[in-house]
Write a protein that binds this ligand. Structure first.
Ligand code: PDD
Length: 285
């Protein structure tokens, strides 16, 4: 497949960065994942705004404007369409602070960021019938990450360790709760639940990533007149929910059928999920 590195398109297998890159040594960088289907990106402006906010939060100058970023998304989706037959293509962006002469924590102001992007296959859009969709099983554990989870940092060790808890338990993801026992998000997704006909997702703060899929979903639900609220809920409320969903750029809105070994609802995708995924598909582009 074709990748992008510091202004050039090249085969991914030929892309090289220095081991002195602060992205490698410190995880000092910001990333994004943008889904495209048949060349059409979803949530592009939201992804580019979040990228700009993340770079600004860690004082890396944004190397490109939105027109340039958009061109990279479209170029990579186009150039890789021959390699990725399904045309369901995720574009990964990574901006690290760049390569320094020495390893030291303080960053020099004159280093230029490393910009890397590549394309990879993502799952097809979710089916709209509950009989056809994969129901996710997830683990549940206390969120042990840092207090800046709203920044889409490439330092993902906390997320990796939480995700691995799920892998070891033989499930697909791990949902996290904070020290107050309130659900924040999952290791690579946002979380929604449905109780008595009301859809709820945690409000945005420093404990969770402002997911673009989450935002598109909230807007789509409102437009479809599905009742949706941003509010905290406890892990006990999650276990007693009628439905639980995960959202992310690659999963769209995905039903969860088991949390920590506890069956959710009737153990399959729910009726509200069917309405939700229809609303999401109708609005996402
Ligand atoms: N994960 N929360 C976390 C911790 C995430 O890493 C992600 C995305 C999300 C969902 O955000 P969005 O809807 O913008 O994709 C929530 C990406 C896809 C990843 O790390 O691969």
């Amino acid at each position: 497949t074709i990748a992008f590195l510091n202004g050039e398109y090249l085969p991914l297998s030929e892309a090289r960065i220095s081991p002195m890159d602060r992205g490698f040594l410190f995880g000092d960088g910001i990333y994004e994942v943008i889904p495209t289907y048949a060349g059409q990106p979803v949530g592009l402006s939201g992804h580019l705004t979040r990228l700009a906010n993340g770079l600004s939060a860690i004082e890396i100058e944004n190397p490109f404007d939105n027109v340039q970023w958009k061109a990279i998304v479209l170029e990579l989706a186009g150039k890789n369409a021959d390699f990725i037959e399904s045309k369901n293509i995720g574009v990964y962006f990574h901006v690290s602070r760049g390569t320094d002469a020495k390893r030291h924590h303080a960053y020099a102001s004159n280093i230029s960021p490393t910009v890397f992007a590549f394309a990879f296959e993502i799952p097809p859009p979710q089916p709209e019938a509950k009989g056809d969709v994969k129901g996710f099983k997830v683990a549940l554990e206390e969120d042990k990450r840092w207090q800046r989870c709203h920044i889409k940092s490439t330092s993902l060790l906390g997320n990796v360790m939480h995700y691995q808890t799920g892998v070891k338990a033989g499930v697909d993801e791990t949902i996290l709760f904070n020290q107050q026992g309130l659900i924040t998000e999952a290791s690579s997704c946002n979380v929604f639940m449905v109780k008595n006909g009301i859809i709820t997702t945690p409000p945005l703060n420093n404990e969770l990533l402002p997911g673009i899929t989450r935002q598109i979903a909230i807007e789509a639900f409102k437009r479809a007149q599905l009742p949706v609220e941003e509010d905290w809920f406890s892990k006990e409320a999650l276990l007693e929910a009628d439905e639980v969903w995960l959202t992310s750029s690659s999963k769209e809105v995905a039903p969860v059928i088991e949390v920590g070994g506890h069956i959710i609802g009737e153990g399959n995708a729910g009726r509200m999920w069917e309405k939700a995924i229809k609303a999401y598909h109708a609005y996402k582009f």
